[in-house]
Ligand binder design. Structure first.
Ligand code: GCW
Length: 652
């Protein structure tokens, strides 16, 4: 447990390393635990004029929305205590970054900005690469030590600093045990520690809980006893945690129980739970990540399952949709569900943990991936109907707006395994607060706060610039050496780290193999989802549908996602598919080699500990990028029967 303490002491305080240089006097007419934290942060981190007078002001200004705020020279204005806290963090960030002391207003894009922890109750973390769960150890030990308490405070502080205001404490592959009294007691205690940081607690629930822990004979959502069981359970939870956020549900997906087990629908299931939490103001986040063993292209299934339920869900239900229609691949087109629903609100689910992007071994700044998704145009209500606008209430005027990120946090001393993975936690929070932010600015902020002293400008050219370029390029590099040109899910089975494009197995469902996705043959490569194939393009609105449908107009980054393309097909740069594929894989490897050089050059500009840690991870990444390239090219070559161009590096 002492590793927990080390997080603060060893300078592993994430992006929050500001230490006050000057004194500030705070004037506030109100007192509360939230405001106490704001005051404490200001005392700890104030870098403005010495002995400055700063005022908290509760304002009815209509331009301030929700927990938004307005900063004026010596005033933080907000409607709520949390607004003051978020304004405080923004003010301190601006001071740290050396930004001009000018008026600044900001309102959150989404009202609920939530981390999803895939933490199991035995302490393991599904798709977690940074140690153990910070919340759960095992059934026998549900205590909260002083070290835990301090850790949760650091966690709360980090989240509040970027505006994250909710956390789901357990895995969506949920154990029903989380709803038993001993666990709920711990949930209550955690909620108590996180509350002043503005974090609402939510739980993932298992649909068959009424049977497994409730001893009922069924979990049928239309059964009166089942409905009562959930209503009573909700009441029990709200007695312990009055501001409990609600339930997250993975139902009838990958073997999880759900309403369909009883011949009922997702609507029946979601609404039953929604009724249970509604009296207390709770919500239900119902995941749309469903796919059955069927002949139907897996990427079409969630849309087909949910579209016709639009408008049938209770008001406190929101559909949680992964950014792409498959599963958090290095690159996917956006999920068509974002532009599909007219009445039912939809929330994006991003994956902060790098399940498919090198885990905590590789450097991948995911902000660019999320920005790409948020800015994608669904054309739902004409041009400009971006995923951001479809989900943040701009287009639907739906009062329930939310966004989720699958956390990459664990018990590791640096929280996230890879130091640069901290930037993804940071970026998720910043984009959840403001979905118009640019990755470039987010990276800049994060680098300065994580590695530089307050206001430091001397390292701009030698450090900030090259490191920022590396971050901004990192996701594209991974796309290049893993799955360029729209390739997807050719990962080794199970762990999802390395390549296995050859993976085929007639004994398991086809969509759990790699050959299902790339469909390599002697003619070409790629999954035909155009109108002559699975026709998944039909789920997109015009003019996007036709653009994707037509091989000549389909953006090349999605080419093999939507088309089976002949090896000899000429791409825009004049190269044929096989040749271009070789160059893309090679480019990816070369990009990582360049990252290594970039990082080696900053030696001395960053502390030795973090320098070495990152250097060593980049070596691993470079080696593994090479493996990806060699494996994929040598395998695809058995179909293309062509040489790898001689001006690129030979397979090792
Ligand atoms: O990405 C896949 C993962 C599973 C995960 C599932 C989901 C929590 O491989 O580990 O389960 O998606 O999102 O439900």
């Amino acid at each position: 447990t002492c590793t927990y303490f080390a997080k603060a002491e060893d300078g592993h305080e994430l992006w929050l390393r500001n230490k006050s240089a000057t004194n500030v006097n705070i004037q506030t007419a109100k007192k509360s635990p939230v405001l106490d934290i704001a005051i404490n942060e200001l005392k700890k981190g104030w870098l403005g004029k010495n002995d400055a007078k700063l005022k908290f002001e509760f304002s009815t200004d209509a331009s301030i929305k929700g927990d938004g705020f307005r900063l004026e020279r010596s005033t933080i204005k907000a409607k709520t205590d949390l607004g003051i806290l978020y304004g405080t963090f923004e003010m301190l960030r601006r001071q740290y970054l050396g930004k001009a002391d000018e008026n600044f207003s900001s309102n959150p894009s989404y009202s609920r900005r939530i981390l999803n922890h895939w933490d199991n109750l035995d302490g393991s973390v599904e798709r977690g690469y940074a140690g153990k769960s910070i919340f759960w150890r095992n059934d026998q030990d549900l205590t909260i030590s002083q070290a835990d308490r301090e850790l949760y405070q650091l966690y709360g502080r980090a989240n509040a600093s970027v505006g994250i205001n909710g956390t789901v404490l357990n895995n969506v592959n949920a154990s029903a045990k989380i709803l038993t009294a001993p666990y709920l007691k711990k949930v209550q205690a955690i909620a108590g520690i996180l509350r002043p940081y503005g974090l609402k607690v939510y739980l993932s629930v298992n649909f068959s809980a009424p049977v497994t822990i409730g001893k009922l004979k069924t979990a049928d959502p239309l059964d009166a006893q089942v409905r009562k069981w959930w209503a009573d359970k909700a009441k029990e939870i709200y007695q312990l945690v009055p501001d409990f956020g609600g339930f997250l549900v993975k139902a009838n997906s990958e073997g999880q129980p759900g309403p369909q087990d009883f011949g009922r629908t997702h609507v029946d299931g979601a609404n039953m739970m929604a009724d249970a939490v509604a009296p207390f103001g709770g919500i239900v986040m119902w995941r749309a990540f469903v796919y059955q063993t069927s002949e139907q292209d897996r990427t079409k299934q969630a849309y087909n399952e949910f579209l016709h339920y639009d408008g049938q869900f209770k008001k406190n239900v929101i559909l949680q949709v992964k950014n792409g229609p498959l599963d958090f691949q290095p690159r996917e087109p956006f999920s068509a569900l974002f532009g599909a629903m007219n009445q039912t609100p939809v929330m994006p689910e991003f994956q902060i943990t790098q399940e498919y992007l090198g885990q905590s071994k590789q450097l991948a700044f995911l902000s660019t991936l999320w920005e790409e998704c948020l800015n994608s145009d669904t054309y739902q209500k004409g041009k400009g109907s971006t995923v951001a606008a479809c989900t943040d209430g701009t287009l639907s005027k739906n009062p329930l707006t939310a966004i989720a990120g699958v956390a990459n946090i664990g018990s590791d001393r640096n929280w996230t395994g890879h130091i640069f993975a901290q930037s993804n936690w940071y970026a998720f929070g910043r984009l959840a607060w403001n979905n118009q932010l640019k990755s470039e600015d987010i990276a800049d902020e994060w680098i300065r706060q994580t590695f530089l002293d307050a206001g430091e400008k001397a390292k701009d050219q030698a450090f900030v610039k090259p490191v920022k370029e590396m971050m901004l390029e990192s996701r594209e590099a991974i796309v290049n050496y893993m799955m360029p040109l729209g390739l997807h899910h050719i990962f080794a089975e199970g762990h999802h780290y390395g390549p296995a494009p050859w993976f085929a197995n007639t004994k398991i469902r086809a969509d759990w193999t790699s050959v299902y996705y790339h469909k390599a043959d002697t003619i070409g490569l790629g999954f035909n989802r155009s109108h002559t194939g699975s026709n998944s393009v039909e789920q997109y609105h015009e003019p996007l549908r036709s653009k994707l449908d037509n091989l000549a107009t389909c953006p090349e980054e999605y080419l093999l996602w939507f088309h089976h393309v002949p090896w000899t097909y000429k791409l825009k740069n004049g190269k044929d598919l096989w040749t271009e594929l070789c160059y893309r894989y090679d480019t990816g490897v070369q990009q990582v080699r360049t990252f290594q050089k970039t990082w080696d050059k900053v030696h001395g500009l960053v502390d030795e500990e973090r320098f070495t840690a990152v250097q060593s991870k980049l070596r691993t990444q470079s080696r593994d990028a090479q493996i990806w390239k060699d494996a994929c090219l040598l395998y695809f070559q058995t179909f293309s029967k062509r040489d790898i161009p001689y001006d690129i590096e030979r397979p090792v």
